[in-house]
Ligand binder design. Sequence first.
Ligand SMILES: CC(=O)SCCNC(=O)CCNC(=O)[C@H](O)C(C)(C)COP(=O)(O)OP(=O)(O)OC[C@H]1O[C@@H](n2cnc3c(N)ncnc32)[C@H](O)[C@@H]1OP(=O)(O)O
Ligand SMILES: CC(=O)C(=O)O
Length: 546
Amino acid sequence: MSHQVKIFDSSLRDGAQAGGVSFSVEDKLKIVKSLDRLGVSYIEAGNPGSNFKDLEFFKRVKEINLKTSKLTAFGSTRRKNISVKEDENVQSLLTANTEVVAIFGKAWDFHVTDIIKTSLEENLRMIEETIRFLKEKGKEVIFDAEHFFDGYKENPAYALAVLKVARDGGADCLALCDTNGGAFPNEVYEVTKKVVETFPAVSVGIHCHNDCGMAVANSIMAVEGGANHVQGTYIGLGERCGNTNISTIIPNLQIKKGFFCIPKENIVNLTATARYVAEITNVTVEASTPYIGNSAFAHKGGMHIDGVKKASHSFEHMQPEDVGNKRRFLMSEVSGKTTILPMIQKIDKDLTKNSSQTQELIDELKRLEHIGYQFEGAESSFELVMRKYLGKYKPFFEVNYYKVIEEEPARNAFSSSALIKVRVDGKEEMTATEGNGPVNALDKALRKALEVFYPSLKAVHLTDYKVRVLNAEEATGAKVRVLIESTDGKELWSTVGVSTNIVEASMIALADSIEYKLIKDLEESEGGENNGNDDDTKDISSTCRA
Ligand SMILES: CC(=O)SCCNC(=O)CCNC(=O)[C@H](O)C(C)(C)COP(=O)(O)OP(=O)(O)OC[C@H]1O[C@@H](n2cnc3c(N)ncnc32)[C@H](O)[C@@H]1OP(=O)(O)O
Ligand SMILES: CC(=O)C(=O)O
């Protein structure tokens, strides 16, 4: 049986100290449930002495029957010169009524004398008495030795004396905190090893901040030094530069180093949990986050994609599915033929890497990217380029004419109106609509006109619209790239348009989005691929205008 490292998640306490984060009680309850499902040992869910929200949370969390995690309330030792019983913060920890409490106390003599402004002896009493009191109340107590590494560097005897009184008070775990995030892995290893040797009968934990980008490395080195409890936040959120990222530390310890952190069958849920926690927290997980980020297994360089297709471990340290993530191949000007071949073969299965069309299409991809297109994330637009080039394209509609009018001040909620004329199978349809901006008006007008012929478009709507200025030095004359994301409730797809005119760039992306949906519908109804009109046109100019 592998050695256990207990995972202590503080997303809802230290994570809540991150700029831009504000959890509601409902958010906290949802995150508690998902971390419990994942199987972390402890969930430090709030600071009842700090605010009303956390007090309400600790009342309501009783409704949840946790299966694997122990709920933990966080607070400080008693204040100086009062008894523990008189201390409101300590009382609030009891009110929270959790099985476990984590309390922090100063381990750096400078903080004792200059920040909380008391004597070194009183600080030791504050720590020991608070822990003893909480133990007498039947709590499992984790002692967070705040600033332990900085304290140890300046006054090791005092830092160790702090741990000794915590141990004597009955602490179940001594968590060594790199509160300022300035420690380096070799120091963390040496100091943790010394603490483990000095206090062999008690669990030693590690709590790192990421100010030097070392939080995960430092936590690993603490475990190497004998720590068996790691604190952090699930997606690395925390004050300043964040805390040890739990979604990184779990696979590092469990998959790479052979420790037990969470039930084996839950490792596959690491990515979904990260996305869920991020969604509830209302933040975006950095795409490059190890293991669980959207780009953690995304390959862009043509040679890398070629290598991965031949043998995935040529450019991947592990299988993405093992942590519930996915491999992605990104299409761009640094792609090679291998990258675009699957999409080409979806349209024409007889083409190969050596077909002249494959080379011509990769050249076209690079030409379009050179003039400002970006197909990474807008593969649907390039699929249309390919279909047109390969003659596997049926023009579902033509836009004969459009006009957008802006009116300021607006007469009503709509400041813009659009007039559009489309032709489908020789029949013309003209519509006008209003919108809260020119693109909104155009989008509505285009779909309204085309819904007459293609009712399935009623289900399509935009989920994202992004504009990027490509050559800012041209100021208002600059070229812009518009990326839109659409959905029909079943699938998401992205298309792109480029022009010096933002309305035209949007129109290109909107028309591509509709074309893509219609091709998809046709393929579904035919139960296979759309072979279009098979007239070998190589006109791609109506999709991507140079
Ligand atoms: C490293 C960490 O993450 S530790 C946790 C830090 N997290 C937070 O601070 C978030 C929650 N904090 C809060 O809501 C508030 O700061 C409260 C409710 C705890 C305290 O609020 P206030 O009483 O108004 O005090 P304030 O925040 O201004 O100052 C902190 C006080 O705590 C004292 N203090 C700080 N650390 C400790 C400690 N380890 N033990 C005892 N007292 C401490 C300080 O000396 C200061 O006391 P003073 O008012 O006598 O000077
Ligand atoms: C306890 C804590 O959050 C710290 O010292 O960083």
